[in-house]
Design a protein around this ligand. Structure first.
Ligand code: ZN
Length: 202
């Protein structure tokens, strides 16, 4: 893959029409390096486009680091579980579920933020269901034991997996938190969206 200089990238932005530039900025700003973001903002400013787009970019790229990140992480873990609404001290759980098993075998991985009790319950439930339905296709017959062993081993790394899921959640929602604040309402919204998207839409 060719490596472009910031100046070459700035030229690319110049060649985009307004709509392309707005679409690009609103969907991709978060993925850009800081030195590239400067060029994107310059181009938007020089065209006199909606200044709220510049604030949007700022909110997307202003990462949570250090104490601020620790504080956000603490708040996320401290809200009530979106499933039972009783416990807090949340964790990120990874699940593997066999989704098609009659003719062919396929599995999907998804993650959810839940309390220990709900997380472990769902984990055992998916392991049990995979155990029951995973064997009936040819590839499932070979894949199912590996999947079950992998899931059982994941119990040993629950803390490590959870940390990774939280890190990804914060990074993916940095812009949302910057724009909406990090009160319980925003955090619960982010967790609910994460849990729904990861389990239902993938
Ligand atoms: Zn719960």
């Amino acid at each position: 893959m060719p490596v472009y200089t910031p100046e070459e990238i700035a030229e690319t932005y110049k060649r985009m029409d307004d709509n392309e530039l707005i679409k690009f900025a609103s969907t991709q700003a978060r993925t850009l390096r800081k030195d590239i973001v400067i060029h994107l903002k310059k181009e938007i400013a020089s065209r006199g486009l909606d200044t709220s787009l510049l604030s949007w970019i700022d909110s997307e790229v202003q990462d949570y680091v250090g104490l601020e990140r620790d504080s956000l992480l603490g708040k996320i873990k401290g809200v009530r579980c979106p499933n039972c609404n009783i416990h807090s001290d949340l964790r990120g759980y990874e699940f593997n579920r066999v989704t098609s098993y009659v003719i062919s075998y396929s599995q999907k991985r998804y993650t959810k933020i839940l309390c220990d009790s709900c997380g472990k319950k769902e984990k055992w439930s998916t392991i049990g269901s995979n155990f029951l339905v995973g064997w009936w296709s040819k590839s499932g017959f070979f894949m199912t034991p590996f999947l079950i062993i992998k899931d059982l081993c994941n119990f040993l790394f629950i803390q490590k997996i959870s940390s990774k899921i939280f890190e990804e959640l914060i990074d993916a929602n940095t812009g949302y938190f910057r724009r909406n604040g990090i009160d319980n309402g925003s955090i619960i919204e982010v967790i609910n969206t994460h849990n729904f998207i990861k389990s239902e839409r993938n």
